[in-house]
Design a protein around this ligand. Sequence first.
Ligand SMILES: [Zn+2]
Length: 281
Amino acid sequence: MSFDVHVHPWTRAFMKKNGPIMKACGFFRLDVAKLPETTGQLLEEMDEAGVAKAVILGQDTHATRNPAFRNYTLRNDDVAAIASRSQDRLIPFAGVDPNAGKGSVRELRRAVKSLGMRGLKIHSSANSVYLNDRRLMYPIYDFCQEEGLPILFHTGTTGLGDCEIKYSKTELLDEVCQSFPDLKVVMAHFGWPWPDVAIAIALRNPNVFIDVSGWKPRYLPQSIMPYINGILQDRFLFGTDYPMLRQKDWMEDFRASLAQKLKPGIAEKLLSSNAKRLLAD
Ligand SMILES: [Zn+2]
């Protein structure tokens, strides 16, 4: 049974209120009529696809200066509530807005200590804050390193509209990993169009993982395959980016296009055991 580390608990109604997300639907060529109507649908879809567990991601832009992201926040209380109805199948990651300054660490502490959230998601392009911003990001990293809390970073380009890639450039995390050597990091989407940089950072830092979300397996770049099968086999994580990609579609594509290219034992690491180790689950 597999473990999807990258799920957005979005409903169609929530997505329709968000211009940048609707642009992402266009980017992924999604039929809006087929988007999930309720968050409850997620567990049914996971069952159908043979996915046992998933990380669900919070997001917070309440203090951003970018007006396009006005309706983008998913409250940590709401994400934790969705997880609490899942019999431990959904693992909640908090969202905080680094623009809130000290308030971001305060909210993160509350999300972890009071709501039981197990990690943090940062989409720095949605927040218009550079990943290596010492004033706004470093206090958050300090807290996460201290608590052993993993951070899942959006890295590289994004389907979201009305924001800039420059904040999420993969190379910015090299400095972060050097400054916080014990920080547990997931680089989502292997930092494309800079997958080689993501791999270089993972090779230098043993706490860095890479998720393959947002891509159907058949389109994964050839350049990352030797690392999935080789020296970084303990660091690649399965993720879909639900609902942009649905678990059933991803799994079907995986069986048709990728499974046979993996050496014995690698599929199990990619689909499940690497995530379990990261989350000590
Ligand atoms: Zn995502």
